[in-house]
Ligand binder design. Structure first.
Ligand code: SF4
Length: 340
């Protein structure tokens, strides 16, 4: 395994003012997964479910409250100094917004070479050669190095951001919504570019995305997060074709259908995501779950092997699984699986 999350927990202290008791945001609770070289693991879930915090933990931009980030078999959460710089040169990030992630006052050549000069202490000539190579990999001409970010389209800017990450020859990329700020017509080009790069260089990807069609197309494994915790995970095709957790079923049912004539999905997940300041006891999804029954508001569900390499956390799976919901259909209250 190249990059692993092992039982990651992240809590943020909040409040503590004159009239407010201090509290803790339970941003990430016991999240574990691993990514092999050449593979893509996707994290999906509603806004506020903690997936971006997981990305920051994996990049060591945040330190875990408990648990460990493991890189090439070595615990790295506590790295500092030169060892941290070395880790960051091997695990790079591409962020959502190519408009704000590139310094508008610097030429592209400087933007792409800056991490090289910081991390690798290479000569100017070596850095220029590496910049030319990185621009070529992302399909931009060498002449692009002399231009400024505003002279490029959104898709080209994201290519520059990818070139900047690749210049260090990383082993893994954390892709935080890498196409959501781009036109639909450009998204496929960037995803194809990322796929080609992965195939050529064997990079491991962690992708954070809310576009489920993108995730199904692009990732090998998927983890579904709800209120800081993973509720279901496994091979992407298994999770998408045979979702076993009611939240995964509802999330997939909410996704827009590729057929424009298909009726809109409507509001299939009732209520709002709960507060991470005081997550519900038992199963965190129970206030919104149409299948909730006796133990759900008291006992945390155990992790259950649901077959075909997938896992889920739901009490229903102890007593008979809910019927899979076909994509585009709402998850119905009282569907099969509720124990008598
Ligand atoms: Fe959670 Fe219970 Fe619903 Fe399963 S059935 S998702 S354990 S509330």
């Amino acid at each position: 395994m190249l990059l692993e999350a092992r039982h990651l927990v992240k809590r943020f202290d909040v409040g503590g003012g004159l009239f407010r008791r201090a509290g803790q945001v339970h941003a990430v609770e016991d999240v574990s997964f691993g990514i092999e070289p050449g593979r893509t693991f996707a994290l999906v879930g509603e806004s506020g479910c903690g997936k971006t915090t997981v990305a920051k933990l994996m990049l060591l931009l945040e330190r875990p409250t408990a648990g460990e980030v493991v890189y090439r078999g070595r615990a790295v959460s506590g790295l500092s100094g030169g060892a941290l710089t070395e880790f960051r040169s091997e695990v790079q990030a591409v962020f959502q917004d190519p408009y704000s992630s590139l310094n508008p006052r610097l030429r592209v050549g400087r933007i792409v070479s800056e991490p090289l000069l910081v991390h690798n202490r290479m000569s100017g000539a070596e850095a220029r050669k590496r910049v030319d190579e990185a621009l070529e990999v992302v399909g931009l001409p060498r002449a692009a190095a002399k231009l400024y970010p505003h002279e490029f389209s959104g898709g080209q800017r994201q290519r520059i951001a990818i070139a900047r990450a690749l210049a260090l020859r990383p082993k893994a990329l954390v892709l935080d919504e890498p196409t959501s700020a781009l036109d639909v017509s450009i998204r496929a080009q960037i995803l194809n570019l990322l796929s080609d790069i992965q195939e050529e260089f064997g990079l491991a990807y962690l992708i954070i995305a809310h576009d489920l069609a993108l995730v199904e197309h692009f990732s090998h494994e998927t983890g579904v997060m709800y209120l800081g915790a993973l509720v279901e995970w496994g091979p992407t095709q298994t999770v998408f074709d045979r979702p076993r957790h009611p939240y995964t079923q509802a999330l997939l049912a909410s996704a827009p259908h590729p057929d424009p004539d298909h009726p809109p999905p409507g509001d299939v997940i009732r209520g709002e995501i709960g507060s991470a300041l005081s997550p519900p006891a038992g199963c965190r999804f129970h206030p919104r779950c149409p299948h909730a029954f006796a133990p759900c508001d008291r006992a945390e569900p155990a992790t259950t092997d649901t077959g075909q390499g997938a896992w889920a956390r739901c009490h229903l799976l102890d007593a008979g699984a809910p019927a899979p919901v076909r994509r585009g259909e709402p998850a119905r209250a009282g569907a099969a699986g509720r124990p008598a």
